[in-house]
Design a protein around this ligand. Structure first.
Ligand code: MTE
Ligand code: MO
Length: 230
């Protein structure tokens, strides 16, 4: 019997490279080495790449749920737990006594996302550099990405290079329509977007899957051809 997926989700079979079409042809410059900077309230801008590399590693198997309704079950991620990362790497860097509430993530392809720190402190949230035992490919976020399994795919930022910690919620311009970004985007509550019930967006988004997968595939092939010729 098929396992029960969250409401409105369907098993996709493969794990496609995916996103908003404006990111299909944008690629990270650095795919080999983890390079991450932090900043924000009570934090000086600091390169924490070395601290990440020497952090305690772990692996986890979890399902991935894109807001457009495709899911991929049983992905095995390797990296560091966000909770450990916050406590061991971020907290020692805090200068004033501030209480962080809100976090913004930035990617090498210009993509951004945000989450409340409370959601990031769940046990299954990770910063990862391997998938199924091998280093992340460009398709899935090389060299380093965020994994928040209980939140829709669009919160799972790829090609991470910058993390900002704030005491209050901020406006984040993500480069797409405002309604598409739910501040929490919890899969279990079907928080697909704002301004309408979750089920409504299933029907709006589902027809876009096929074309988007094709577009991202095509962009990836073009990228590899260009790499070969230079
Ligand atoms: N940097 C970056 N992160 C991103 C995206 C993107 O376009 N760029 N797309 C998001 C969306 S909508 C989804 S569903 C997942 C897809 O992850 P995958 O390409 O590894 O399947 O990445 C998310 N993170
Ligand atoms: Mo997505």
């Amino acid at each position: 019997m098929d396992k029960q997926l969250p409401k409105g989700q369907r098993e996709h079979g493969t794990f496609p490279r995916f996103g908003l079409s404006q990111y299909a042809n944008r690629f990270p410059d650095n795919i080999d080495e983890i390079k991450v900077t932090i900043s924000g309230d009570g934090l000086a801008e600091t390169d924490i790449s070395e601290a990440i590399k020497s952090s305690q590693r772990t692996t986890q198997t979890s399902d991935f749920h894109c807001v457009t309704t495709w899911s991929k079950s049983d992905l095995n991620w390797g990296g560091i737990k966000f909770k450990d990362f916050y406590e061991k790497v971020i907290v020692p860097n805090i200068q004033d006594s501030v209480t962080h509430k809100f976090v913004i993530f930035k990617a090498q392809d210009g993509y951004k996302t945000s989450l409340f720190l409370e959601d990031l402190m769940q046990d299954d949230v990770m910063l990862v550099d391997t998938l199924n035992g091998t280093p992340l490919t460009i398709e899935h976020g090389a060299p380093f990405r965020l994994i928040v399994p209980k939140h829709y795919g669009y919160k799972n930022l790829k090609h991470l290079y910058k993390i900002e910690f704030y005491t209050e919620k901020k406006k984040v311009k993500q480069g797409y329509l405002r309604f598409m970004d739910h501040p929490r985007a919890r899969v279990a509550h079907e928080e697909r977007a704002v301004g309408g019930p979750g089920w409504f967006f299933r029907y709006l988004y589902r027809p876009l899957i096929k074309g988007t997968v094709k577009e991202f595939d095509k962009a990836m092939k073009k990228y590899y051809l260009k790499q070969k010729s230079t």
